[in-house]
Design a protein around this ligand. Structure first.
Ligand code: ADP
Ligand code: MG
Length: 728
């Protein structure tokens, strides 16, 4: 008999766990000692490289200076020695293909020495360039399969690191992945290109504000992603094919207790979870990932971790590595870490709030209001650039976070709606109101703000009273893009954010230059005029109210803000004429690269739904239907026995089970019918999946969940929501 009792025995056995201190690294005692232990960081480079080589490499790492390829051999050799001394036997180019996952190809260091022995080799060219077989990665038609050559190129700005396993270590080298013709086949390349665009356009604005070119360090974006996730006891996953394969439950009656008490949110972290967190954070520290905050989230079994923000390219690599590390370390503690956007119906899903800012080492954070009127004026220009960018290009932001998983979360009362708007907060809103009113002399407060002359009011940086319903919120010195899904890379959203801000900055520079005509004394008036124009034209994107309310959906429609409800609506925005012109103008993505991304995103959407639909059929037919039939048999046998002894048998439950089982079979047949039609295009298929297949899957679930609610507990073969959410 496979049923509840057996499941619980397995969990009980596993939970006699020992907090795994022996796995924790013993080399170092404190977090500071552990930090970066497994990275080939600047300290290691300095210690192991000749002075001139180190200087040159450091310039590349810190300032983005072009890599001097003549140093590759020396760097490779030092990196190999370091890796081998630390136990590595293999190396791997790590890359970020369009699947959104992380890929790696491992090679051994050992080469035969032609005398029967072997030597460890790692030449510069192996460090700089690799050639994984690109043909099996999605390319969206970028290359003919016969010409499927792609190569990985070392990104020296993202430190190489050691990935560890009980049986060995591998030197991992973050790389960009491009086709032989130079087209980006990955998520990193466009992000790096978007930093270039951001740098070029930010510099123009900074120069207009009087900064000298030589005083402006390279400009990039910075990102601090807050990652939400669920932990579920591993033993439950074994009998949940849906969680195992699709990462979310496709069946499951609600637990008698859900998240209604809010007792989990910020509650004391359960001991077993805390043991996991200590362990995983230590692993992250070794990899140089600055994990900082951790707490319980809203749903039972849901938690969050946030690292300290880093340059966006590094943050993106670290974010990918963090997700992998979480999944790996969770298993050590007999948990499975779920990063799906909606693992459990009826409970909060998981997001990845992407906090970001733009700046450099010389002028600091451009989203920081600053202390002088001049700094404030510059801040308002960058803030205005964001407002304009988000209003003009919100479909692109929506497309950047479009996935089958995120569709279950966006727009539900826990995550931002699919309508992209900006929250500024009262203080900053008031400033923009004054800018909009321009030189008008009557303001509520009496006086008017004069850009470049007056100081801004102190803007609150307090995290307490923030608007939780806005997809795009200003939080004192950064913006927070909240609509990103929990499993998604931040590379896509950051690439788009950088590009659309660069485009706005370019527009603003053009305007300012035209208005000033080379006369620096006209700066303040020009800024005032340009910002007034921006807020008049793009102020409609600002919304400080409740994004969950129906009223907002109506109001947003009145304002003409797009409401792209599903991924299928949003993804094609990436290949609109406007998008192609934008990305090509800033040399971030070509038309072909954009079309490839649309094709692949839709394909992934379709594959996700296809797998889920397969699972629904399989589980309904081979797990749920048999359980229902067994229960029918038990009820029928008992009823018959009762009649035989002359007792009155109540068959109401039996009849209900029969009715639901019949409904289940009918719904399975309907699902199969909904899936029968073939399509020539990914878009056509995706629309059918959204409009016909997903609703048919839900119908099967309705009957199944109805059966779960009345079937004898010891006969129900699947782990229940209650077990998965509350046993830890
Ligand atoms: P909350 O949950 O209150 O929104 P957290 O502390 O969980 O905040 O996460 C905030 C994230 O924002 C962290 O990753 C933090 O490092 C990041 N962050 C802070 N300042 C900046 C900044 N200037 N640019 C980018 N990210 C930032
Ligand atoms: Mg947080």
């Amino acid at each position: 008999m496979s049923g509840k009792t057996e499941r619980l025995h397995a969990v009980a056995a596993a939970n006699n766990y020992i907090a795994s201190t022996e796995i924790v690294d013993q080399q170092a005692a404190t977090a500071e000692d552990v930090f970066g232990l497994y990275t080939f960081n600047l300290d290691q480079m300095q210690a192991r490289l000749p002075k001139a080589t180190f200087k040159s490499l450091k310039k590349t790492v810190l300032e983005g200076a072009p890599l001097d390829s003549s140093i590759a051999d020396v760097v490779a050799s030092a990196m190999k020695d370091w890796a081998i001394e630390n136990g590595a036997t293999h190396f791997a180019h790590v890359f970020y293909p369009l699947t959104g996952f992380t890929a790696e190809k491992h090679d051994g260091f050992l080469d035969p020495d032609q005398q029967g022995g072997a030597v460890a080799e790692f030449a510069g060219k192996l460090l700089i360039q690799g050639e994984p077989d690109a043909s099996s990665f999605p390319n969206g038609g970028i290359r003919d399969t016969c010409a499927a050559r792609g190569y990985t190129a070392w990104d020296p700005t993202s430190f190489a690191y050691l990935s560890e396993n009980e049986n060995g270590k591998t030197l991992c080298i973050p790389t960009a992945f491009v086709s032989w013709t130079g087209e980006a086949l990955d998520k990193k390349t466009p992000l790096l290109r978007s930093h270039k665009a951001l740098d070029i356009q930010s510099r123009r604005v900074l120069r207009i504000f009087g900064h000298r070119e030589e005083d402006i360090a390279p400009v990039t974006s910075f990102a601090g992603p807050e990652q939400e996730y669920f932990l579920v006891d591993r033993n439950f996953i074994v009998n949940r094919p849906d969680l195992l394969v699709a990462g979310r439950t496709l069946f499951g009656a609600p637990s008698p207790k859900g998240q209604e008490f809010d007792d989990h949110y910020f509650g004391a972290i359960p001991d077993r979870v805390l043991a996991f967190m200590f362990d995983v954070e230590r692993e992250l520290f070794k990899l140089g990932i600055p994990a900082k905050t951790r707490h319980n989230e809203v749903a039972p079994g849901q938690f969050e971790i946030a690292p300290v923000f880093e340059q966006a390219n590094i943050a993106s690599d670290h974010q990918q590595l963090m997700m992998t590390t979480f999944k790996k370390i969770a298993l050590r503690h007999d948990f499975v870490c779920l990063m799906h956007e909606k693992p459990f119906a009826g409970l909060n899903g998981s997001g990845k709030h992407c906090n970001f800012s733009v700046g450099n080492s010389t002028q600091g954070n451009f989203f920081d209001p600053g202390a002088t009127p001049h700094d404030n004026a510059q801040f308002l220009v960058f803030c205005g650039a964001v407002i304009r960018a988000v209003h003009k290009h919100s479909p692109l932001l929506r497309a950047a976070i479009a996935s089958a998983g995120n569709d279950h979360r966006l727009g539900a009362n826990e995550a931002p709606p699919a309508i992209i708007s900006i929250f500024l907060g009262d203080q900053l809103q008031h400033v923009w109101d004054q800018i909009e009113a321009g030189g008008a002399s009557s303001s509520k407060e009496g006086g008017m703000l004069h850009i470049g002359v007056d100081t801004l009011p102190e803007l609150p940086k307090d995290a307490g009273d923030r608007n939780r319903t806005s997809p795009f919120a200003f939080t004192g010195n950064r913006f927070e893009f909240r609509a990103v899904g929990s499993h998604q890379t931040i590379a896509d959203p950051m690439t788009i954010i950088n590009t659309i801000i660069a485009e706005s900055l370019s527009f603003i520079s053009d305007e300012l230059e035209a208005k000033m005509g080379g006369d620096q004394s006209k700066l303040n008036d020009a800024v005032q005029a340009v910002l007034q124009g921006i807020i008049q034209e793009h102020g409609a994107v600002i919304f400080n109210g409740d994004g969950y309310s129906d009223a907002w959906h109506k109001e947003a429609a009145r304002r003409g803000l797009p409401n792209l409800r599903t991924a299928v609506d949003a993804i094609p925005a990436l290949e609109s004429d406007e998008a192609v012109a934008l990305f090509e103008r800033h040399s971030v993505l070509s038309k072909g690269e954009l079309e490839a991304r649309v094709e692949i995103s839709l394909e992934i959407y379709n594959m996700n739904i296809n797998v889920e639909a397969n699972l629904v059929e399989e589980m309904a037919e081979t797990i749920i239907y048999p359980a229902a039939m067994r229960y029918q048999g038990e009820l029928a046998t008992t009823a018959k026995a009762l009649q035989d002894v002359g007792a009155k048998a109540d068959t109401s439950v039996l009849n209900k089970v029969i009715e639901l089982t019949g409904g289940l079979l009918g719904a399975i047949a309907d699902l199969k019918a909904a899936r029968a039609q073939g399509f020539d295009t990914q878009l056509g298929q995706a629309e059918a999946n959204r409009d016909a297949v997903l609703p048919a899957m839900l119908k099967v679930r309705e009957f199944a969940d109805g059966l779960e609610a009345i079937t004898a507990d010891d006969l129900w073969p699947l782990a229940t929501y209650q077990e998965m959410l509350f046993i830890r």
